[in-house]
Design a protein around this ligand. Structure first.
Ligand code: GLY
Length: 433
């Protein structure tokens, strides 16, 4: 069996680990024992070590000692930091972009430059601000708080602030933009637009692009899309691969842009394989571009990998061999539904104390749903602790009847999840902003 290294330790990596373990021996360098990843490693006959996946010397030694052959990375920070570059330099086949390829995610300016060249019609009016004078000039174009501030670098989904949602006056928006400018030397000020947001994720071998089912994400912390931005509180997808407000033509236009983007990124050298994630808005003036990510979304990965009909390890093989096609990468016609469970303070207040919670994993699995651990580890039977202020675990399922699967996930959460934890109760509802 091929030996595959997976780096990263969130709920996204938990589902990637599950599907890699079905066809490869799974290896990982984990900062803590994520119960889902540990289980997948054990089931596959692989091995994990505890340590930082950012420690390149540690990762290099592990790759060499265990003679690992394939490397999968789908975490924004690890990609920016060049873990795929390291694996490539050691002769591994890779699923994931180099740091240069991942620039489409870690530089918003770079992504906008590319899209402006390839599909200017989907660009939302924006100002790329590099000085305080430019910031004053950009903000003066708005008579009220109807603009959006986007920091230049990675923010784990928590950096973009929308006028009228995250700040309520023009002055507050200005102060936030100024703080972003001081931090990184660049900030983007963009028009606020109205529409429905959706995500198109494409698998790519560097040349060919296969779109996955479109996903609807819930980035806001509270019901009715209120509160601060988060990494994502839940996600859903539909059996036809679309969403109720989208046509096939809408998705084809996004996929075409993503195909062109992959050609552009790989024009000199193969810098990008794995997953290109496109965030878009459907507006009354057509499709508009929001952002690229260089990886699976989290939790979006949970939805799409549970909808994948072809074994994921076959897809990885085709990606590393440059032979990916729609025929060898098929998806089921199914609804998928995921809800993230978090601590009450998540995204609201930095909690120095760990959150200790009770959970009976067997009961959850017996209810016919899946659990994917993220920033949590087991301390004793049925007792877990958070390991950071981030999301704790996701509950997910898929099936033919949307109302049934939604109810199954929520019934399981209500019955089994510790009351000290929190989750959004409106996943499944479509929001228009
Ligand atoms: N759920 C959004 C992201 O992964 O970026």
């Amino acid at each position: 069996m091929k030996k595959c290294l997976l780096l990263g330790n969130g709920g996204r990596e938990a589902v990637i680990a599950e599907y890699i373990s079905k066809g490869f021996s799974l290896y990982s360098v984990l900062p803590y024992e994520n119960p889902s990843i540990v289980e997948a490693v054990k089931n596959s006959g692989g091995k994990y070590i505890i340590g930082s996946p950012f420690d390149k010397e540690l990762v290099k030694n592990f790759i060499e000692e265990e003679k690992l052959e394939i490397c999968v990375v789908s975490s924004d920070n690890l990609l920016q930091d060049g873990l795929i570059d390291l694996a490539k330099s050691l002769g591994l086949k890779v699923f994931g972009p180099t740091s240069k390829g991942a620039k489409v995610e870690w530089s918003k300016t770079y992504a906008l430059e590319i899209v402006n060249k390839l599909a200017p019609e989907v660009i939302i009016k924006n100002y790329n601000v590099k000085t305080i004078e430019e910031l004053n000039e950009a903000i003066s174009k708005y008579k009220d708080e109807n603009f959006v501030i986007k920091p230049e670098g990675l923010t784990g989904g928590k950096g973009v602030k929308v006028g009228g949602v995250h700040f309520s006056t023009k002055e507050e928006g200005y102060e936030y933009a100024k703080s972003c400018l001081e931090e990184s030397g660049t900030v983007i000020v963009q028009d606020k637009i109205e529409g429905s947001e959706f995500t198109v994720m494409c698998l790519t071998d560097g040349k060919n692009v296969v779109p996955m089912p479109i996903t609807f994400d819930y980035p806001y912390r509270y019901e009715e899309d209120k509160g601060p931005g988060t990494g994502g509180m839940g996600c859903m997808s539909y059996p036809n691969g679309l969403l109720p407000f989208l046509t096939k033509e809408d998705v084809d236009a996004c996929a075409e842009l993503m195909q062109k983007t992959i050609c552009y990124l790989n024009k000199d050298n193969i810098e990008f394989t794995g997953v290109l994630y496109g965030g878009f808005f459907k507006t009354k003036d057509g499709i508009k571009f929001i952002e690229f990510n260089a990886r699976f979304g989290d939790p979006e990965a949970i939805n799409v990998l549970n909808a994948l009909e072809t074994p994921f390890t076959e897809v990885i093989e085709n990606i590393i061999n440059g032979t990916l096609t729609k025929e060898n990468c098929k998806f089921k016609t199914t609804y998928t539904f995921t809800v993230y469970v978090v601590s009450k303070d998540y995204a609201v207040k930095a909690n120095k104390e760990a959150t200790i919670f009770k959970l009976d994993e067997k009961e959850i699995k017996n209810a016919g749903v899946k659990i994917y651990f993220a920033n949590a580890k087991k301390i004793e039977e049925n007792t877990y602790t958070s390991v950071s202020n981030s999301r704790l675990f996701a509950i997910a399922t898929s099936g033919e009847n949307f109302e049934e699967i939604r109810q199954k996930v929520y019934d399981t959460i209500e019955k089994n999840v510790d009351k000290i934890l929190d989750y959004r109760k409106d996943i499944g509802k479509i929001y228009v902003h």
